[in-house]
Design a protein around this ligand. Structure first.
Ligand SMILES: Nc1nc2c(c(=O)[nH]1)N[C@H]1C(S)=C(S)[C@@H](COP(=O)(O)OP(=O)(O)OC[C@H]3O[C@@H](n4cnc5c(=O)[nH]c(N)nc54)[C@H](O)[C@@H]3O)O[C@H]1N2
Ligand SMILES: Nc1nc2c(c(=O)[nH]1)N[C@H]1C(S)=C(S)[C@@H](COP(=O)(O)OP(=O)(O)OC[C@H]3O[C@@H](n4cnc5c(=O)[nH]c(N)nc54)[C@H](O)[C@@H]3O)O[C@H]1N2
Ligand code: SF4
Ligand SMILES: [Mo]
Length: 734
């Protein structure tokens, strides 16, 4: 598949799928909607707004029903995240509702863990079973010995109920396996994280620099739309990526750095800006802390030195730097999102933060604006009990001094070691830990030590295959969720509301959490009949109209200044109250106060560095089974430079297996021989190669980047675990 799928092409493909599916009738339980009438008749069509959960950009969409059946999902023009359009995955949400492989009713394990043998249970039986096991763990070890691993909007009510019960160890792969290091790098520098959506003023910028960040393959909707607008306006684009990404094809300069050397490049850029005086002196003088010490620290990092580290020319490094510096402050070095690459990612993120500070683009039009939110009245829920035990999830400064959220792998480590105390129960909500966490073997060993593993998912995911109890959640199209209070150029509120009934005995996350609370004897913590009552009360108490929110899906807040141009006063909540070019906090904790470059190991002979990324039509490991999205891209490929392929005797399109430095062998995967990748590097899209046979369409299609991620480095500052520190060799298929 080509990696650039236009919207029109996608619609063509999905229309084709409807036809094919109707022909295949029986496999679809007769649930597929009929194709649209040729005359476009809309009789019997109703529309309901809600927001998307196919990823975490949370675009507002409008679900269309024909004769009561879900027909299509389109963008909501009132919504700032979609601006009236959805990405291919959002459009494909219809497939998530109709997927015949969905979990249908609660399951309780009937044999050894991981053997995937189950008996079906009623909700009452399943929740009673969980409550009994939880109470046993509480009696033996305390409630802190149950942990919650979660990623997804429905997690909020599980968090609430479990915290009320005494749980303190909570973590999501979206932190240490994703954006955590970036946010900590920014907190250390500016006193505030970047947040989501990233407040990058791409639509008005004159120059956008992408370090990795593969916009266009990473389909975060409004950001990609703004990127397209910037390209149309002829804004200059600079891409640093060992791979010629879709974004690189739009760039004035592509810097194909050797993977793992970005920090050398960033420091050399900072050096050039300072040496050539191409930085915002007024901003630095007024808001900078420790600038002179910073300048002294980066002296040695010349473009010539970086050229050797990064394996690109000094001229290219200089030309790119002058290009973005000359556009200041209307230039952005994108802070990135999934930054957990090499285990020193907080320092790389800090270097990006400092380069942006040199451009003086903070709170500036065409730079980084300061996102604003909206206030919604709380419902008034009871407070949580206090625990006198330390956190076992790495947060709270015990393990990682600057971790401000829980670390998934710290919970796993505590489960394995019993320190600082045993963890005996895992509650997993909407996170396929088998692929999302590094080193699957450690996850399996930890699971073997548990007395209880509950997985709440929509699909028979790989992690569900290990569970004692599986709870089938509704898809986002079938439930209410907590209100979304969005931060952006203007704050907004979005409503998730059911547009169709769940097809079987699936229940919404809030309902499951409420029933569990009852079983645990803490039903008072959910003092409402249903979620609609809860949501309507919050909205009405905020002086807003519940009817309007239900009708429009979105209510925009009052616009407040987000840039200096609009009258914003800048302030920084760092210890110095300024932008910290030199970090006393880091120095005190024994870390480099200014980022320092350290070389990462090269590939062993015969091996290539494995890097990963996204495809436009899939999200992580959650969409490969979705009939519409599967059709768009049924398996991933391994990208190899043609010269590398030739030297190994490997042909384009041939199936191979990959073996990593620890001897882990992948499932078979097709070769994509392409000049779009460096010769020392291979690339694959993450999320394929599923191991649960109940995912019929996705089972063993393509290879799992997660399974090959056995070697990982942990960022000592905040606990992020690296993904690009594995090397693979090629194994020809017999
Ligand atoms: N379609 C789609 N879109 C998504 C998602 C999805 O699952 N599907 N997930 C969303 C989420 S949660 C996230 S976090 C984001 C992730 O998306 P991004 O934040 O854009 O992720 P990156 O890790 O920057 O992107 C991977 C890119 O980095 C390049 N790369 C790899 N190693 C290096 C290196 O050493 N140096 C440099 N400079 N580049 C390198 C790869 O070639 C690839 O192009 O995407 C979001 N958008
Ligand atoms: N090797 C490697 N590892 C990575 C990454 C990588 O690029 N490469 N990316 C990292 C990043 S950026 C992130 S954000 C994480 C993502 O990590 P995860 O959030 O764990 O992502 P998924 O693998 O999609 O797992 C989501 C699970 O939720 C289920 N699900 C989907 N919708 C719902 C719902 O509405 N309710 C419930 N209950 N379940 C639902 C899906 O079926 C799936 O099993 O992974 C990280 N790990
Ligand atoms: S970016 Fe795509 S998948 Fe993500 S929320 Fe928006 S429409 Fe849904
Ligand atoms: Mo992520």
């Amino acid at each position: 598949m080509s990696s650039t799928v236009s919207r029109r092409r996608f619609l063509k493909i999905s229309a084709g799928t409807f036809g094919a599916a109707a022909a295949a009738g029986a496999a679809w339980h007769g649930a597929w909607p009929l194709a649209v009438a040729a005359d476009g008749a809309t009789q019997g069509v109703t529309t309901i707004p809600t927001f998307c959960e196919m990823c975490f950009w949370r675009c507002g969409g409008i679900a269309h029903l024909r004769d009561g059946k879900l027909w299509k999902f389109e963008g909501n023009p009132l919504d700032p995240q979609s601006m009236g359009r959805l990405c291919p995955r959002g459009t494909g949400a219809v497939g998530a509702h109709y997927d015949p492989d969905r979990l249908r009713q609660p399951l309780i394990r009937s044999s050894e863990r991981g053997e995937e043998k189950w008996k079906t249970a009623t909700w009452d039986e399943a929740l009673a079973y969980i409550a009994e096991r939880m109470n046993k763990i509480k009696a033996e070890h305390g409630p802190e010995s149950v942990a919650l691993l979660n990623h997804g909007f429905g997690q909020r009510f599980f968090q609430h109920v479990l915290k009320t019960w005494g749980v303190i160890n909570i973590a999501g792969a979206s932190y240490a396996q994703c954006r955590g290091a970036r946010d900590v790098g920014y907190v250390l520098t500016y006193g505030a994280g970047v947040g989501s959506p990233e407040p990058t003023d791409i639509r008005s910028t004159d120059c956008l620099v992408l370090i990795g960040s593969h916009l266009g393959e990473n389909m975060h909707n409004s950001q990609v739309q703004e990127f397209a607008q910037a390209i149309e306006r002829k804004a200059s684009v600079i891409v640093v990526d060992p791979r010629f990404s879709v974004a690189a094809s739009k760039a004035k300069y592509w810097l194909p750095v050797k993977p793992g050397t970005d920090l050398a490049l960033l420091l050399a850029w900072a050096n050039l800006l300072v040496t050539e005086g191409r930085y915002d002196k007024a901003f630095v003088e007024r808001y900078g802390h420790g600038f002179d010490k910073f300048v002294a620290e980066i002296k040695a990092y010349t473009p010539q030195w970086a050229a050797e580290q990064c394996d690109i020319s000094a001229e290219l490094i200089q030309a790119a730097a002058r290009e973005f510096a000359n556009h200041r402050p209307r230039a952005i070095i994108h802070p990135g999102r999934r930054v957990n690459w090499y285990g020193d990612d907080t320092q790389r993120s800090r270097a990006i933060a400092l380069l942006n500070a040199l451009l003086g683009n903070y709170g500036r039009e065409g730079g980084m604006f300061v996102a604003q939110g909206v206030k919604v009245a709380p419902f008034g829920l009871p407070a949580y009990p206090k625990s006198d035990k330390p956190h076992a999830d790495g947060s709270g400064a015990d393990e990682f001094p600057f971790a401000d959220e829980g670390i998934t792998t710290s919970i796993r480590k505590a489960t394995l070691t019993g320190k600082p105390y045993p963890i005996k129960g895992w509650f997993v909500y909407s996170s396929n830990l088998m692929q999302a966490l590094p080193n699957e073997r450690e996850t399996i060993e930890a699971i073997r030590k548990l007395d209880l593993l509950v997985v709440c998912d929509t699909m028979p995911s790989e992690i569900a295959g290990w569970a004692d109890v599986v709870l089938p959640d509704t898809t986002f199209l079938e439930r209410h969720d907590e209100l979304l209070t969005g931060y952006g150029r203007t704050g907004w509120i979005s409503l998730r509301q059911p547009v169709v009934a769940p097809p079987h005995d699936q229940k919404p996350a809030w309902w499951i959490a409420k029933q569990l609370a009852d079983k645990l004897g803490i039903g008072d913590c959910m003092p409402f009949k249903d979620l609609e009552e809860y949501l309507a009360k919050r909205i009405t108490a905020s002086g807003l109209s519940w009817e309007q929110l239900k009708r429009d899906g979105v209510i925009m807040g009052k616009h407040q200044p987000t840039t200096v141009e609009e009258g914003l006063e800048l302030s920084f909540e760092t210890p110095s109250g300024k932008v910290e070019f030199w970090s006393d906090q880091l120095a005190k904790a024994g870390f480099d106060p200014v980022p320092k470059y350290r070389r990462h190991p090269d590939a062993p002979p015969g091996h290539f560095r494995l890097i990963t990324g996204r495809a436009p039509g899939h999200t992580f490991s959650r969409t490969q089974t979705n009939p519409l999205l599967h059709d768009l891209m049924p398996e991933n490929e391994v990208w190899v430079h043609p010269e590398t392929a030739a030297s190994l005797g490997i042909r384009n399109r041939e199936y191979v297996k990959l073996k990593n430095q620890d001897g882990v062998l992948s499932n078979r995967i097709r070769v994509k021989a392409t000049q779009r990748i460096r010769k020392d590097t291979v690339y694959m899209v993450y999320g394929f190669g599923h191991g649960n046979r109940m995912l019929k369409r996705a089972y063993l299609r393509g290879a799992s980047a997660g399974a090959l991620n056995t070697h990982y480095a942990t960022d000592p500052i905040m606990g992020a675990t690296s993904i690009h520190t594995n090397f693979v060799s090629f194994v020809k298929e017999a």
